[in-house]
Design a protein around this ligand. Structure first.
Ligand code: URA
Length: 216
């Protein structure tokens, strides 16, 4: 199963090397499929690769990534215990916002990654990934408020770059982050509760006798 997930994620990364579903691939160095644990309980979704990510083919390796690592350390985690992806997998020119058609073209890749990893919590970083799960949400109003469905939580957070630009958001970002372990716990309880019950043993049926092995 573990092998399966890693292999499936690697297949997506391979497809992205030749992806031309939108024009973003033009002028880029590397696609940035996403990275981390295929068994991650927490999946972070950002916006799109920037300069450093494009050079290395890895998500969140520039200043925003350093800050994200610091936030993860607040809850005793490292980046290889989670999975980090983006809504678009190639760097938009000059780090401009991804266009709706680019997000749509790239959607099947992200949809598949979510399905393969099956995270307990999806943490959206910034407004573009937030819009996937909270189409009418306003980040200033809903950050740090988890929405649970029957087996997962969606947790909108500010984009780390927005916090770096505006230090007034730092205290809220850190407080939101520190609530993540509690959100994870809630989803684990929910999944346990929703697990199909073990088959019932009927009281009037005696347990089957083990068969005697005959030597003849
Ligand atoms: N910002 C993002 O949204 N994603 C990255 O991978 C890096 C910076």
């Amino acid at each position: 199963m573990t092998q399966d997930r890693a292999a499936q994620l690697a297949a997506i990364a391979q497809q992205l090397r030749t992806c031309q579903l939108c024009n973003l691939y033009k002028g880029t160095t590397n696609p940035v499929p996403g990275a981390g644990s295929p068994q991650a309980e927490l999946m972070f979704i950002g916006e799109g690769p920037g300069f450093h990510e494009d050079k290395q083919g890895l998500p969140f390796v520039g200043p925003s990534g350093k800050y994200l690592e610091k936030l993860l350390a607040l809850i005793g985690m490292t980046r290889d215990q989670v999975f980090i992806a983006n809504v678009v997998k190639h760097r938009p020119p000059e780090n401009r916002d991804p266009l709706p058609e680019e997000i749509l073209a790239c959607k099947p890749y992200l949809d598949q990654q979510v399905e393969i990893i099956d995270p307990l919590v999806i943490v959206t970083l910034g407004r573009f990934s937030m819009a996937r799960y909270f189409p009418n949400g306003k980040i200033t109003q809903i950050h740090g408020q988890a929405r649970l469905d029957e087996h997962r939580a969606y947790y909108p957070l500010f984009h780390p770059a927005a916090v770096l630009r505006d230090p007034n958001k730092e205290a809220a970002m850190e407080a939101d982050f520190k609530r993540l372990p509690e959100v994870l716990k809630q989803v684990k309880e929910l999944r346990n509760k929703n697990q199909p019950a073990a088959p019932e043993v009927k009281p009037d049926e005696p347990p089957a006798k083990p068969k005697q092995l005959s030597l003849f």
